[in-house]
Design a binder for this molecule. Sequence first.
Ligand code: NDP
Length: 297
Amino acid sequence: MTAEIIDGKGFAAKVTDRVADHVSRLKTDHGVTPGLAVVLVGEDPASQVYVSSKGKRTKESGMASFEHRLDAAASEMDLLNLIERLNGDPAVHGILVQLPLPGHLDDAKVINAIAPEKDVDGFHVSNVGLLGTGQKSMVPCTPLGCLMMLRERHGSLSGLDAVVIGRSNIVGKPMAQLLLGDSCTVTVAHSRTKDLPEVVRRADIVVAAVGRPEIVPGGWIKEGATVIDVGINRVDAGGGKTRLVGDVEFDGARRRAGAITPVPGGVGPMTIACLLANTVTACCRINGLPEPEGLAV
Ligand code: NDP
């Protein structure tokens, strides 16, 4: 068996097109332009790249992009004041604070200061609670993208056996909630799980979000299973070069799975597409306008 490669890049392009269409309709029909504010504290090089790319993609889809860069030494009060201003700004429908924050700032306090309806990352405790109780919420971008790909492949996920490897607040836990919401039987595995191979072997759906290169050998994958590899790991490729690999051993898994996401080109592109989707969704909800089809849970 050779698995179908799930084209995250192609799917993300379709999602982005749908976002751009809806943005254009919001402008012409309602005179509303969705706006995303991204806040970066400090000069972490990787974060700077992410923030610039988010701003660029936001503008390309027709939305307004607001970038706020604070000095690494910014105080908690500076940051909370900025968030309060953005919460009250009618041109801003989504607020994203780029993580990680410098060590002197409390991530949870800062995230929970964002107005929940503008929390496009879905990390605010209110959104976590709403998702956990099956109510309409802002959903974290990476798990939302994974769910969209799974629904596209399977249609209904009802009754499928799913394992999520990883229990972080940004990927593993919300992913498990979403799969439960779609009536999967969900197992959440983590570093203390006793028999990970056995847990993976019985799963129709494997979502790996660990951050360890190829920790899941292909031989563990059940024949025909769908594998969503969230992990992004840089490994030595020899000759002083590096390459990206996922948490799943791709070549081996490809021989057993029914479908698998590649790294890169799988979950990564869907994450940013879902950020754009969440911004449009937030804008519609804030303005009491109909939401675009298929871009939210
Ligand atoms: P975290 O480090 O927050 O969480 C990792 C999880 O993996 C933890 O729950 C940990 O368990 C679990 N784990 C660690 N070792 C093992 C093991 N040996 N067996 C089973 N489980 C284990 O990572 P994130 O959730 O933030 O990210 C996971 C990966 O996804 C990373 O590679 C990250 O770069 C990538 N990522 C990719 C995104 C994308 O857009 N494609 C977006 C976000 C993340 P425990 O809780 O017990 O410590």
